[in-house]
Write a protein of this length. Structure first.
Length: 203
């Protein structure tokens, strides 16, 4: 039996458009018969390498105003509750470290949805351990243990390596999707990436 094709899903917990893709990708991938490889990473180091010390949506105010209006329209289109964050971008470091554990243990998808909803639908401070702990507990996961494991030197290095890998692959924003050597960037390219995976013999 042939293996199902795979799409690499690179996303950031501080990223507004990553929220939309995290909420959509599982159902769309299942419908396309495509496996999802979840790749949480950090945009901050990527932006710094490009010469930005902040989100481009903050550096270029007209771009930022457009993004927030676009996000509200798309949230309405997808039937998602949206609340403008009181602070943007919030730190996604702890969430990403925890998500790496979720990738290994199989709960990364519900965790990622819950964290991004906390950021963009509930205006909660996802950079705080207490918020991440509450999310883990709500999911029935051992919050205290996972938070401790997330900040071990080994796990911190794993996230750094994953972020460095994103830069090596030429990623410059999130969400990004890779199918083999093909790169697709942006929530509006999710369907295209899945279709490419579905049609690609290599997957």
């Amino acid at each position: 039996m042939a293996e199902r094709p795979t799409i690499e899903f690179w996303y950031e917990f501080a990223s507004s458009y990553s929220w939309l893709s995290v909420m959509r990708i599982e159902a769309l991938a299942a419908g396309a018969g495509v496996e999802v490889a979840w790749r949480p990473f950090l945009l901050g180091p990527v932006f710094l390498a490009l010469g930005w010390n902040d989100s481009p949506f903050n550096i270029y105010p007209p771009k930022g105003r457009y993004m927030w209006r676009d996000l509200a329209r798309l949230a309405q289109k997808y039937g998602l509750p949206f609340r403008m964050p009181g602070r943007f971008p919030r730190s996604g470091v702890l969430a990403a470290r925890v998500a790496l554990l979720g990738v290994e243990e199989g709960w990364v998808a519900p965790f990622s949805r819950a964290v991004l909803n906390a950021n963009f639908a509930e205006d909660r401070e996802i950079g705080e351990a207490v918020v991440i702990g509450e999310i883990l507990s709500t999911l029935g996961l051992p919050a205290e243990d996972l938070l401790a494991r997330a900040v071990t030197p080994e796990n911190k290095l794993a996230l750094r390596a994953q972020t460095e890998r994103a830069a090596e692959l030429g990623l410059f924003g999130a969400p990004s999707f890779r199918v083999g050597d093909e790169l697709f960037w942006g929530n509006d390219r999710l369907e295209d990436a899945l279709e490419w995976a579905r049609r690609s013999p290599a997957g």
